[in-house]
Design a protein. Structure first.
Length: 110
């Protein structure tokens, strides 16, 4: 993800919106998250966590608009939940789309 963010930052100046979407099994993602937390004292796990922290800082400091797309099968849990709170959320269930504002908490049905 870090390489993709850097590529977009330097090579795609016309892009104004970054859309984050996940897919996967939430239970498996939470198991990986628990494993990292359980073994945080090991150097490799510590480096992985520090690297993820740098990626999140890069997301936070981007000049692009951030949107998280939540659809059936999304997996914004554990470490990925931090991306979810980074920007406005778009919920799509196949029949309708709801846009939830990040700071004001309102929703608009489209």
């Amino acid at each position: 993800m870090d390489d993709a963010l850097l590529h977009l930052r330097f090579n795609e100046p016309d892009l104004g919106v970054l859309i984050f979407r996940t897919e996967g099994d939430c239970a498996t993602a939470l198991q990986h998250d628990a494993f990292l937390n359980q073994h945080a004292e090991y150097w490799l796990v510590r480096e992985i966590m520090l690297y993820w922290k740098r990626v999140l800082k890069r997301i936070d400091l981007t000049s692009r608009s951030l949107v998280t797309l939540i659809d059936p099968g999304s997996c914004f849990v554990g470490l990925l939940a931090e991306i979810y709170v980074a920007g406005p959320h778009v919920h799509a269930d196949g029949n309708s789309i709801r846009i939830l504002g990040h700071s004001c908490g309102h929703s608009d049905n489209l």
